[in-house]
Design a protein around this ligand. Sequence first.
Ligand code: BES
Ligand code: ZN
Ligand code: ZN
Length: 489
Amino acid sequence: MKIEFVEKRVADLEADVEIIFVIDKRLDHRWVQDRELLERLGFKGEVEETCLLPERGRLYVGAKLDHDEIRIAAAKAVRTLKKKGYRSAKVGVYIENCPITNIKAFVEGALLGRYSFDRYRSKREEHSLKEIFIAHEEYSGKEFTAENARKSIGEAQKVAQTVNFVRELVNTPPNEIYPERLAQIAQEEAERYGLECQVLTEEELAREGMEAILAVGRASVHKPRVIHLTYRPDNPKAKVVFVGKGLTYDSGGLSLKPSDYMVTMKSDKSGACTALGVVIAAKRLGLPVEVHSFLGAAENMVGGDAYKPDDIIRAKNGKTIEVRNTDAEGRLVLADTLCYAQEKVPDLDYIVDIATLTGACVVGLGEYTIGVMGESEELKGKILDAARASGELAAQLPFNRYLPKLLESKQADISNISSSRYGGAITAALFLKEFIEEKNLKRWVHLDIAGPAYLEKEWGYNPYGATGAGLRLAVKWLQKEFLFSKKHP
Ligand code: BES
Ligand code: ZN
Ligand code: ZN
């Protein structure tokens, strides 16, 4: 769908339908021209409430002047128009405090809300809406330049398109995407955008001493891969590493998941797909940071060759791990991938891992919120600020001196599960911490996206299925941290 800025007032624009936001239920605003009719129809202007007046060519949508509410309202508008046959729509600009924020929010909401995964449907419901025109008219008379508007639209498009790319990858079923395919796709994307891409095959993983990821993937006919993508701008202000959990399927392994819990586990590659999206977005936005994304890809299956509870395996950094549950496989894959990433980028400034790591995180924070864990209060704070500014939900879960004890093993350096039923999201993060080098401890942050990565019930501008969780947060953090700053540290 095209989104275009036109230097005209709304009334002077040609389009099939006009989208009008009713802010704070204020039907008395000047731009609400159909107040009487709307009232007769019982339209109150509640958030996400819509009213289409086809004979007048107007769609009213309840909204608030908050950037995430604008995203939600834009998504609602676009979805409402899905089966109505309109090809083009027009809209004015509503400023809260910054015109740019709201234009961006509108564009992101419209593009994110329009997305659906229908590649496998023989009978697709085509979305008729192909074009939205944004007018150079601010409803309360505030000024902004066309140049700024165009720039914001372009940026928002890049971000939203990348989120939709991540969603499409995550939604693609496990019979089509397995580690080798994910590596191929990463290579294709790298070629397309001019990124470096290196793929480690099974043999190379063995040579690197990455027994943990190999153990997890051993029972599958589709062998593990570690994929390393790099975006190198001139004079980067910093080096930032992203590490993503890429379980193209998580059956649980011998600690087999009950059937009800196994469905949707194609989404266990979400972290890796987001990490891939981040390096693409950084390149497309031309961010002044060197970005490395490492994707740990494996398929956790059962079979005669499967790794077992009781196995003791040695990770890349030499630490031995007692496997007590083969369904706690993400942390094993990440252990090796984190070690490899730190070895490859020895002078990194930040290292962020992203993973659908624990059901416990979903229990603790709910399905909408990303769990943020790490050793640096300052870094976690910045991630939470970026989340807020991006419209993603995030909350931090605290470490303490007692929790690490729960990971002690009697026979190896560490156990892959906690001895307690409680605090599972944090103990999983503490397990990862064992694979972070001392000098990187304050540079590291862990994002558990198990809740928001994949939905079985849509909310806001997120459709059923994959959401691309973590991408907007990560991009916003890179922008806030590096776009206007001097060289790091
Ligand atoms: N991929 C799952 C975590 C998950 C659960 C993601 C629900 C998305 C939705 C992970 O590999 C897993 O199975 N974790 C176990 C850990 C346990 C065995 C310590 C879990 O959370 O139950
Ligand atoms: Zn698992
Ligand atoms: Zn998993």
